[in-house]
Each structure stands twice: as C-alpha cells, then as structure tokens.
Design a protein around this ligand. Structure first.
Ligand code: GTP
Ligand code: SPV
Ligand code: MN
Length: 611
C-alpha cells in the first residue's frame, strides 16, 4: 500500500501519527482488513487509563474493587474456556520446518498468513482497534525492542500499560522511520449490528503465531495473559530469542534478583523455573528475621523474563524487559510473599480471582476462607462447596515499581551484573534441594535436561514431569537444539562466567509432604549460592555436582529442622539418577539432529561418574 490509501481511508488519523509512513499504512490496512469501527491511538496517559477502565466497567468486563481496600483496582472474570496459554495452538512459522525444530508447532508462513488473513477479515466489526506502541526494556537500553500491538481488546491495552513502557514516549522514540515489531491481536468476536457484547469476548478457535524471520506476531481468539499481551511471551521471549541468537545475546524465562550479604557485597542472580514454579516468589523473597537482623537484604529486578548479554564488567548483564508483574495469585499471602501483596495493593488488575462481600479479592492460600464469596465464574461460593474460588491460573497485573524492594538499578539501561544462574522445577523425587554445576558446559547440561511437573499456567494435563530446557520449552522461537548450542557458544563471549546451580523446593516425602519449608527459607539456599560465588565456602563433590553439607548450610533459626530432614532433602540416590538419565532419553532422541555434541558428551561423563 502507498500513502494515497492512507489519505483516502475512511478512518481519520491525527497528522502526528502519519509521520511514520510504514506504521500509518499498516494501521490503516489492518483496520480495513478487520473492519474496525474506529481506531484509537494509545498515549499511555492516566486519562486514557481512566477512560478505558470506565469503559470496561460499563461493558461488564471489569468490576471496580472497593477503593478503600484496593484503590484504582479492578477484577476481570474471563470466559471459562480462556484461562491460560494454549501451547498446542502456538506456532513458530519459520520458512524451514527444521528452524522451528521438533519441540515447536510449525506451519509454513505462507499458508499460515493466508489462513490468518481469512480469520482476521472483518473480525473487529463493531469494535475499536487500539494502536499500542510499546517498548520492551528501558527505552535507552541497547537491547530495547519496540513493538506495536493492534488489538480490539481494551483489557489488553490497560494490562499492557502496566506490563511495559507504552504510548507517547515509545511513539516519539520510533520517530518517522524507526523499526518496530508488528503485533496483531484480536479476540475474534465481531459484533453484528445492535449485538450486545459479552464481558469476555473470545473465540473457540485460537492461533498464537510467530514469524521469527520477518519478526511479526499474529494472535487470534484469546484475551488471556501470554496469548494476548503480546509484548511478554511472544515478543520478549519467542521473537527476542531469535533476535538474540543472531545478535549474540540471550532472551530467557528467568527472574533477576539481588542479594546483599552482611559485608555489603551485592550478588545478582537469575533463575529459570517453568511457569508457576516459584519465580515471582523467589524474586520477591524477603529475608527471614534472623537473616534480616544479620544484615541480609534482597532486591528484585524482574520476576519472569531476563535479557542477558556480555556487559561492561566482563560479566553477563541482565535487564528485565517488563515493567509489571503478571503473577500467579493462588498461594500468594502476607505469609508467603509480603512484597507481592504490597505490590498489588493498588493500581492492579486481578483476573479470575474470587470477590469478597467487602469488594476485596481472595484466592486459595490467601487467608482463612471467608464465609461467602463470589467465585471466579461469578457464582456464590461457600467453604466446603467443593469448587475452587479462584482459578488455579488466576493472576494479578501490578506495576513493578510498587514492589517495596525493587532494585535501584532495575531500569538501568546497562542492566545488572550476574554472578549466578539457577535452574529448577517441580520435582517430587530425585532432585536434591541444591547442587552446583562443575562448569559452564555442565551447567548448560543441567539447564538443558531440567524437568518439571506441569502446572495450570498452560492448558492441558497438570502434574506430569516433562523436560523443559531452561524453562523455555513453550517460549523458544527457534530450534531447541540450536538454542542449546547458542548457550554453549555464549561462553566464548563472557570473560567472567557466572556459576550455575540447580535447586528443587518441591521434593516430597513418602506421605506427599514437602521436605523443605521453602518460600522465605529459600534464602538459606541463596546464602550457600552467594558464598560459593564468592569462593568463601567449600563444596562437597558428588557425581552430580558440588553440594552443601549440614555444617556449611545454615539452619540457624529454622525451628525444628533436623539433620535427618536436611539429608532427606539433599539425598542423592544412584537408582533415582539412573532412572533420570534413562528418562532423559526421549528428549535426547527428539532433538537428535540438532542436539550439540557437547551435551551428549556431558551425559556420557555423568554416567561415567555414576559408575
Ligand atoms: P509464571 O508467572 O507462570 O512464569 O510463574 P512463576 O515461576 O513466577 O510462578 P510463581 O512464583 O507465581 O509460582 C507460584 C506457585 O509456586 C505457587 O503455587 C506457590 O505456592 C509455589 N511456590 C513458590 N515458591 C515455593 C516454595 O518455596 N515451596 C513450595 N512448596 N512452593 C512454592
Ligand atoms: C507463564 O505462563 O510463564 C506466565 C504467564 O508467565 S503468561 O504470561 O500467561 O504466559
Ligand atoms: Mn512465565
């Protein structure tokens, strides 16, 4: 299309937005294809937020919470069929199938483009199309990526305003010819003349589609989380991982946090845990009292995504490309995560949690159940009624700046220097509480073979152990074997390598009880990690890596936690590990053609050490 059609379009466009011809043309073409009733260019202002939240309250999508309990906060209840990411409907459409690899759904870009063009035709009839310019990463970071999401969901717009830099400042940075990642989103529910809208429009047929080579995202049919807030998983992980491979950096599903030990030394670490396996909890950890008294301090940089590159200090540096949390609500309480509770005290959007009679929010694990609630589906709920009050994947969208221990460097364009990388997942058996990799390549092997019980963050079976390399299985925008090769290659560019660790908070005893108290007490594991990074403490060498012993691991102030319990949480059993190695077979076979030889070799070495 050319400028002429922009001018001739039936949509009006403020002149200032026509400055970027390519953007203006794409906006006009898309509005025409989707038959949007009108176009709204989003500036990210408070006025815009007020206008959109009022509209969402009017349409029944939002319920305003009691402003004395939760100022400027809202509850949304989704359609019960649209509550989590849809991995089987997520596609990587590279030109060649081999570039998507055996762990991704692939379709030919041409075919997919044709199919989607058909789907998007007239799909915004009766709706406004919002133009949402956004920037992942601090605007002045060398890694910052700009995208523009076109969406017919005002719910998406207000969530995006919390989750990333959005609006006028991004458009200004884009100027008249800046590069941007086009992201097209529709809930896929056109409104016929006079048709009444539903509170949560969506479509049974969903497509979450990525074109990693041309760097575009098309998402159809869902309004929820990672399916619809396209800056997050689609851009900052799937598209960014492909960009990072080409440009020598890494886009990872990791939290970033800082730890200040009593001597004043600051250690930053990242941790890759699969969805709903405790990243937010660990990122926001508050030291137990005995640690706080000694002078331990914790800070948070990010809770879900880290972009890493070799920085000025010779270490890997990390930025959090997001500005908000889209955190799991169930299990979050003043006891388990005070920082999260403070972060979501105001200016927060809750999705699929329960509503209290006072106009507050509640979920399983929040506090003692109230005598009456309205559950996430809008029905009356009483304790013992047999239903969950909040959906297992219910979430809060809260501004990161509201977290009381946000790190002073969290928006630093150069990121924070990383000393440790931690892998982990939900492993009811086999995996000890903590162990350290012998070196970078062994660490990459630990990350590559990490597994976890599946959770409610994606639709499908919950509770079976699956391999989830670097917690990136659902988020890698290219061939997983090539991705692991990229990890190995990065070693050459990092002068001061981080140490690598594997943790497991989720090991259970014969009665199904967690062997480790977890949550705040995880700081004890972090202390061991920090001291290992500082070279202050000896490790115990085992076939699987370096481990702490009872003496070098602090349990002071951890009432009643015995050496027997520690040994059970740390136990290395040869039989379990032989089964583990056998169980990794399927994964190695699946990636046979692209799996780096170094990782095959690591497997051999592990078996040799076990013999
Ligand atoms: P995504 O946002 O989906 O990427 O996940 P996340 O990794 O940020 O998940 P989050 O921190 O929200 O995980 C929440 C779940 O982990 C809840 O069910 C918590 O109860 C559980 N959890 C977190 N930390 C611990 C821990 O130390 N021990 C145990 N047993 N459970 C934990
Ligand atoms: C995850 O599932 O890892 C999330 C939530 O962080 S979502 O944004 O929905 O993907
Ligand atoms: Mn996540």
């Amino acid at each position: 299309m050319n400028d002429k059609s922009v001018v001739e379009s039936s949509y009006s466009m403020p002149l200032v937005h026509a400055a970027h011809k390519q953007l203006a043309t794409w906006v006009m073409e898309t509005a025409a294809l989707c038959n949007a009733e009108s176009i709204q260019w989003c500036d990210g202002s408070q006025d815009e937020w007020d206008q959109l939240t009022a509209k969402l309250v009017d349409s029944g999508t939002f319920l305003q919470l009691n402003p004395t309990l939760h100022p400027n906060s809202f509850l949304a209840r989704s359609n019960p069929s649209d509550t989590a990411r849809v991995e089987d409907r997520t596609f990587i459409c590279s030109l060649r199938e081999v570039d998507a690899g055996p762990t991704n759904n692939w379709q030919s870009p041409d075919l997919m483009r044709r199919k989607l063009t058909d789907k998007f035709k007239d799909c915004m009839t009766g709706r406004t199309m919002y133009v949402v310019p956004f920037c992942m990463g601090p605007l002045d970071s060398p890694l910052a990526l700009i995208g523009v999401e076109l969406t017919d969901s005002p719910y998406v717009v207000v969530n995006m305003r919390i989750m990333c830099h959005m609006g006028a400042e991004v458009l200004a940075k884009l100027g008249s010819d800046g590069d941007f990642i086009p992201c097209l989103h529709s809930v896929g529910k056109p409104l016929a003349e006079g048709e009444q809208d539903v509170p949560w429009p969506c479509n049974e047929e969903k497509y979450i589609v990525h074109f990693p080579e041309s760097r575009e995202v098309w998402s159809f049919g869902s309004g929820y989380g990672g399916n619809a807030l396209l800056g997050k998983k689609c851009v900052a992980l799937r598209i960014a991982s492909a960009i990072a491979r080409d440009a020598g950096w890494m886009a990872e599903h990791m939290l970033i946090m800082g730890l200040e030990s009593p001597d004043g030394a600051k250690t930053y670490l990242t941790a890759a845990f699969p969805s709903a396996c405790g990243k937010t909890n660990l990122a926001m950890i508050v030291p137990p009292e005995s640690y706080a008294e000694k002078g331990w301090k914790t800070t948070l940089v990010g809770d879900d995504i880290a972009w890493l590159w070799p920085g000025k200090t010779g270490k890997l540096h990390a930025i959090n490309p997001e500005t908000g949390f889209f955190g799991v609500a169930p299990g979050t309480s003043w006891h388990s995560n005070t920082a999260a509770m403070q972060a979501m005290a105001k200016n927060t959007i809750f999705t699929n949690v329960a509503l209290t009679d006072e106009g507050g929010v509640w979920w399983e694990g929040h506090s003692e159940p109230p005598a009456h609630l309205i559950d996430w589906t809008g029905l009356d709920w009483t304790p013992g009624c047999g239903r969950l009050a909040a959906h297992a994947n219910s979430r809060f969208t809260a501004p990161a700046g509201q977290c009381p221990n946000i790190d002073p460097m969290w928006q630093d364009p150069d990121g924070v220097p990383i000393d440790a990388i931690v892998f982990g997942g939900r492993r009811p058996t086999t995996m000890p509480l903590v162990f350290q990799a012998f070196d970078w390549t062994h660490g990459v092997f630990l990350g590559a073979t990490q597994g976890s019980e599946t959770t409610a963050a994606a639709t499908g079976a919950v509770g079976t152990v699956r391999r989830d390399p670097m917690a990136m299985l659902p988020f890698c925008g290219y061939n997983m074997g090539d991705y692991l090769g990229h990890w190995l290659n990065m070693r050459k560019n990092i002068q001061r390598l981080p140490r690598m660790f594997h943790v497991n908070w989720f090991r259970k005893d014969a009665n199904g009880k967690f062997l480790w108290p977890g949550f705040r007490e995880n700081l004890r594991v972090l202390e061991w990690i920090v001291k290992r990074c500082q070279g202050k403490i000896a490790g115990h060498e085992t076939p699987i890596g370096w481990t702490p012993d009872w003496k070098s691991f602090s349990t002071e102030g951890l009432d009643g936690f015995t050496k027997e319990q520690f040994d059970a949480a740390m136990l290395f059993r040869r039989e379990d590990w032989l089964a583990e190695i056998t169980n990794q077979n399927d994964f190695f076979l699946k990636l046979y053609h692209s799996m780096p030889k170094e990782l095959m070799c690591q497997r051999e070495l592990l078996m040799a050490r076990m013999a």
